[in-house]
Design a binder for this molecule. Structure first.
Ligand code: CMC
Length: 423
């Protein structure tokens, strides 16, 4: 058996043989042989790169970072160790880990002008808008970031960005509340420091409940990467122009801002509030089936099984609610999940809870307003975006992203100047 595919063009009777490599055929080779292009809006069946960062088996509900199952990392690792793993490709030695944590901690402060820039936003600015602009603005503070061919320059930008994201995210949160921005406390761990910048008031040292710190570490680990999703694709696509990584990551943040991507957990809470009581669930489900609305937090382009991250988050709910008290919306969510998983509409389409179904409930219990949920996604995802960006920069097969189109407009019309058309 040869690893090839024979295609017959029925218009001409011509046959073409295409090589199959890693379960794919080359679109370039296909185009050259047949003169045809592939139409694939949303890239539902197009591989845009080779990647060794994250593996997903959507049918089996498997997620692995660099070969390590997400369940094991969530249980026993820290977010910064996972960030190292994603970026560098292997787990750190003790010395490497200590150095990495030191470097990230050392770079948590931002230039005071970034603070002024953030203070210039309207009092009610959405924190995601503030985050994406301030990350974009960082490129102007580090012009050396344009030297993307230099590995040591790349490394320092990666450290800076992972280090500064919690500072920017926390300040965007404080801004909306009219509270003073809190500077990083470099005695604290990554997640403790983030909580301190979010919630500290006049106390000399912020002390977070260790159970909440652990829950946040788990949430950060679960959100650190997810292969070629919309925002990662945005980072890669923009990065393919060889722009600096701050600009590429700000494009990722913009993509994540959308309700079908990172904004879904906010939409889940709105939906649960609208449903209000368990009695209203059947009518809501009927509305979903009639196409009047979507069951937010359900369904996924890749997972056709329970999202493994949703399972871990559901468990983390218990730990958080032990500290904060149970979120009353949890009951509605659980009942909604039970009914949907038994309903033929959802079963037939393989629609299961995704990562966003329960994460909003935890974030709300931790006192975050819904606008902050996506910021809590963007901070850890920065590690994944940068791992993928680094891989792109090193990949000799990559070119500037430039899809084809099927043109559907008019052609060769005769232009009449406005003065004559409007006369
Ligand atoms: N509620 C009701 N029906 C749905 C849903 C849903 N949440 N998701 C998909 N369907 C139906 C859809 O109407 C279609 O039915 P039909 O075949 O009869 O036309 C079928 O299932 C296939 O859906 P699709 O829209 O073609 O699937 P997609 O891969 O393009 O969309 C999705 C994936 C995540 C955008 C979609 O499932 C959705 O909108 N879910 C709700 C939003 C959400 O929870 N997003 C978070 C995604 S996970 C976090 C992340 O990675 O960012």
């Amino acid at each position: 058996m040869t690893d090839s595919l024979t295609i017959r063009d029925n218009r001409t009777g011509d046959e073409h043989e295409l090589t199959i490599t890693d379960g794919t055929i080359s679109a370039g080779e296909f185009g050259k042989a047949t003169g045809l292009a592939v139409y694939d809006p949303g890239f539902t069946n197009t591989a845009s790169c080779r990647s060794a960062v994250t593996y997903i088996d959507g049918d089996a509900g498997i997620l692995e970072y660099r070969g390590y199952p997400i369940e094991q990392l969530a249980e026993d690792s820290t977010f910064l160790e996972v960030a190292y793993l994603l970026i560098k490709g292997e787990l750190p030695t003790k010395d490497q880990y200590d150095q990495w944590v030191h470097d990230i901690t050392y770079h948590t402060y931002v230039h005071e002008n970034i603070k002024s820039l953030m203070q210039g936003f309207r009092y009610d600015a959405h924190p995601m808008g503030m985050l994406l602009s301030s990350v974009g603005a960082l490129s102007t503070f580090y012009p050396d970031a344009r030297e993307i061919a230099d590995p040591s320059t790349r490394e320092i930008q990666v450290i800076r960005m992972i280090a500064k994201m919690p500072t920017l995210g926390a300040w965007a949160f404080r801004h909306a509340q009219g509270k003073p921005y809190i500077y990083p406390d470099n005695d604290l761990s990554y997640t403790e420091n983030f909580l301190s910048m979010l919630f500290r008031m006049s106390e000399p040292k912020y002390q977070a409940d260790p159970r909440l710190v652990k829950a946040l570490e788990v949430l950060f680990i679960l959100h650190a990467d997810h292969e070629q999703n919309c925002s990662t694709n945005a980072v890669r696509s923009v990065g393919s122009s060889q722009v600096d990584p701050y600009s590429a990551v700000s494009a990722g943040i913009a993509a994540l801002y959308g309700p079908l991507h990172g904004g879904a957990n906010e939409a889940v809470l709105k939906m649960l509030r609208k449903i209000k009581t368990k009695d209203n669930i059947p009518a809501f489900i009927e509305g979903v089936k009639e196409g009047k609305e979507r069951l937010m937090g359900f369904g996924h382009r890749v997972y056709k099984n329970y999202d493994p991250r949703a399972k871990i988050i559901k468990k983390a709910c218990d730990d958080v609610f032990e500290v904060t008290g149970v979120n009353p919306l949890l009951e509605i969510a659980q009942e909604l999940e039970r009914i949907a998983l038994e309903d033929e509409y959802f079963v037939k389409r393989k629609l299961y809870p995704n990562v966003d179904f329960y994460s909003g409930l935890i974030y709300e219990a931790l006192q975050f307003p819904p606008e902050m949920f996506t910021v809590l996604f963007a901070i850890p995802r920065t590690a994944g975006w940068l791992a993928q960006w680094g891989e792109l920069v090193d990949d000799k097969e990559q070119k500037i992203a430039r899809p084809k189109q099927i043109y559907t407009g008019d052609r060769t019309l005769k232009f009449t100047p406005a003065a004559q058309r409007w006369a």
